[in-house]
Design a protein around this ligand. Structure first.
Ligand code: DXP
Ligand SMILES: NCC(=O)COP(=O)(O)O
Length: 254
């Protein structure tokens, strides 16, 4: 764990995307996880998609066995995936929405609409000592339901905010930012631990790190892309530095 109150979880999914392109063993996502940890990552995130397009079952087993920091196992809340995750027994699971045809996780999990099916899965993980996080949009109804479902953690989906910045849509970016900032406050006041992630880069990670309610950022795609140019260790160090700069701007940071 770093000395900062804000943890960096490095998502290594897209190392596996590259490996799978040739069907071999290189580059190894577990090696990337170990290097990220050596460079200062506080945890590793990996998403076992139902279509196994990047991370595979054996990667999850090896990550659990070989890394020294918490493993955050992202997954759809299907019976099959719940069974696999309970066998791996990671530090945490993050329940995410999944559509086979999507390019990436497009939005947050609808915990309001899926309340009844989520409740037993959350209970099973909690009984097994696996911390549950719900990957949701910064929508007050979703946040309130996450608290009712007794999930200890939510991760706010930052993709729409990051996309609006990339597209130069300043009005949308400002609106999304307000939703994230208000959502983080609401979630903290409802007793939830607040994480955030999706589409973050150095600049957006620095900005969001100024929100004192946020305890963890999970970042993958941008960092793995950056690592092609400057190496993964330096990417982790630069991301950590960006987060620390952002945190310093937070007046009420602990
Ligand atoms: C849930 C989430 O935000 C990440 O797991 C992300 O989805 C990983 O990348 P892909 O969406 O490209 O699988
Ligand atoms: N939950 C978000 C995550 O793990 C990483 O998302 P991204 O940085 O790969 O978009």
């Amino acid at each position: 764990m770093s000395s900062s109150s804000l943890r960096l979880g490095v998502n290594i999914d897209h190392v596996a995307t590259l490996r799978n392109a040739r069907g071999g063993k290189h580059p190894d996502p577990v090696r990337a996880a170990l290097e990220a940890i050596s460079a200062g990552a506080d945890g590793i995130t990996a998403h076992l998609r139902e279509d196994r397009r990047h991370i595979r079952d054996a990667d999850m087993e090896r990550l659990k066995a070989e890394i020294s920091k918490p493993l955050n196992f992202e997954m759809a809340a299907t019976p099959d995936m719940v069974r696999i995750a309970l066998a791996v027994k990671p530090h945490a699971v993050c329940l995410v929405p999944e559509r086979r045809e999507e390019l990436t996780t497009e939005g947050g999990l609808d915990v309001v609409g899926q309340r009844e099916s989520l409740e037993p899965s959350i209970a099973r993980f909690s009984e097994a000592g696996v911390r549950v996080s719900l990957f949701i949009a910064a929508d007050p109804k979703q946040i309130e339901m996450a608290a009712k479902l007794k999930a200890p953690v939510i991760e706010l989906h930052t993709g729409a905010w990051c996309d609006a910045i990339t597209d130069g849509d300043t009005a949308k970016a400002a609106n999304e930012w307000q939703r994230i900032a208000a959502g983080a406050r609401l979630a903290k006041s409802a007793g939830l631990e607040v994480h955030a992630g999706h589409g973050l880069d150095y600049a957006t990670a620095e900005t969001i790190s100024a929100l004192p309610e946020i305890m963890e950022l999970n970042i993958g795609y941008y960092m793995i892309g950056e690592a092609l140019f400057i190496g993964l260790s330096d990417t982790v160090r630069l991301m950590r530095a960006a987060m620390d700069r952002g945190r310093m701007q937070s007046k009420s940071a602990p």
